[in-house]
Design a protein around this ligand. Structure first.
Ligand code: MN
Length: 236
């Protein structure tokens, strides 16, 4: 099985910098959404993606969770000694394509979705306060979506010396489409609209670009970053 990828990122219409980043280095794909004053957000997401790429080259998919923990340490250490970027952090959602599955490692409120047979399924769980409230039953998913504190993260890379990471393996089928995205997409584009675009846009690069455009049409209140992965049969 092989993967055909597309990716797009945009600053949006409101923010002064693009603190998001992505990685499109087959078989490794990721999105990161940095946060922090001055240039902190940009530094955090870039450090996460660089450390991820190098660690993956060295250790492969098997040690992916360790590599993400290493990235946490690198960002935390830099934030501790450089006052300009103190307190910076980043989300990181990583997908490594394997023979017939996807290895996902995830921290924060960026997301991975699976589009299969026209249905979009969320694969990751947001590490946010509102998601915890949804899990406890004190908030509905609809209330969480528009909650003023929906961006408060319970986990992010680089903020604490130790980090818990979600580590999952998703079996893939030919024809599956994977979407990795930062919260700039999910905050502005309803799931139903995202599904329409993903269903109606065969080329993954076109689909990624259309999703980011649609986020800007929806107000562009945040940076938006999207990676689309199509699972195809190996060439005969
Ligand atoms: Mn964001």
């Amino acid at each position: 099985m092989r993967v055909k990828a597309g990716a797009a990122t945009d600053i949006g219409l409101v923010r002064e910098a693009n603190e998001d980043g992505y990685l499109n280095r087959p078989p490794l794909y990721a999105v990161a959404d940095g946060m922090g004053g001055h240039r902190g957000g940009e530094v955090a997401s870039a450090l996460a993606l660089e450390t991820l790429e190098r660690g993956f080259e060295r250790e492969g998919s098997e040690k992916l969770a360790d590599t993400v923990r290493e990235a946490n340490g690198v960002i935390f250490e830099r934030g501790s000694r450089d006052r300009e970027v103190a307190g910076m952090g980043t989300t990181l959602t990583v997908a490594a394509a394997q023979e017939d599955s996807l290895h996902l490692v995830h921290v924060g409120d960026s997301r991975a979705y699976l589009l299969r047979d026209g249905e979009l399924k969320l694969l990751t769980e947001d590490h946010t306060m509102v998601q915890e409230m949804v899990n406890e039953g004190t908030l509905t998913a609809e209330e969480a979506h528009d909650h003023p504190q929906r961006s408060i993260l319970t986990r992010a890379l680089g903020v604490w010396g130790e980090i818990e990471v979600d580590d999952l393996n998703v079996p893939l089928l030919e024809g599956d489409r994977i979407l990795l995205c930062t919260d700039g997409l999910t905050a502005t584009v309803p799931d139903e609209r995202a599904v329409e675009i993903l269903r109606d846009t065969p080329d993954p690069q076109d689909a990624a670009a259309r999703l980011v455009e649609t986020a800007n049409e929806g107000g562009g209140i945040d940076n938006t970053t999207v990676v689309v992965l199509d699972v195809e049969a190996d060439p005969k």
